[in-house]
Design a protein around this ligand. Sequence first.
Ligand SMILES: [Zn+2]
Length: 304
Amino acid sequence: MFETTIARESSAEGVGLHTGVRSHVRLVPAPAETGIVFRRIDLDNFPIEAQGHNVALVSYATSLMKQGVLLSTTEHLLAAIYSCGVDNVYIDIDSIEIPILDGSAEPFMQMLGHSGIRRLRRKRRYLKVLRSLEVSQGDRRIGIYPAHEFRVRCYVDYPHPLVGQQEVEMLVGPDTFRHLLARARTFCFERDIEPLRAMGLIRGGSLENAIVLTRDGVMNGPLRFPDEFGRHKALDLIGDLALAGLPLLARVEAHKAGHSLHTRLVSRLLADPSLWTITTRETSRSHSETYVPALSQAPAPAAD
Ligand SMILES: [Zn+2]
């Protein structure tokens, strides 16, 4: 297996979910061993590597910060790039937050589809996990375990008739990501909107870029999947795991986790080199793709 970049540039524009600031984002081909690097083109192309040591505040979205330069809401774009096996790319952005677009990773998959993948000459390096690591906080937990391929299992449980318990388990790759996760959108609870606004968040939020859950239903249906919420959380998880900086050979299990636990896991993993090794050896991959559908007992709305 060889490293990759994109074959040609692609771009998109829109508002940031939390800042409400309009920005343009452009994917640009990058040479081998660059990794995934954001460049703030409004600040002299200041580079911010998509790596664990640049993680800043993490609450309702994942933000990176380097030398005081901030970049918010990286997770959906990184999930698409990482799942598609793009090792090297510059992400040029002219503002502080990646556009939320429709709240899913689908528009970023379209950008990547337009860009295409180009193989480079250098052998791809993987971060292969050798020993398990778990991080927990109350009843929320996340663990990473040795495996010969990159798998995730993501479990959520929200006390809401349309959500409840939902679980996704999958081998991460371009096809599984495209079919199972990419279209799943961000969501929030109607009761949280005013408190979040009061905190200066979701200034760019609208019914066009987030599913809003009311007390017993959804304000802006139809859902794209009956278990769109669990799928979106798995998408977020993969986007945060991209901050490992290399493709993972590991199995990750998240139980009611979120950005904070995801990024803590990545930071602790990278901080302890006894937990992993870097290898160029392609390991045997099974092509099994499994998906465990929603466990929710509630009647599910029809998917569109
Ligand atoms: Zn998200």
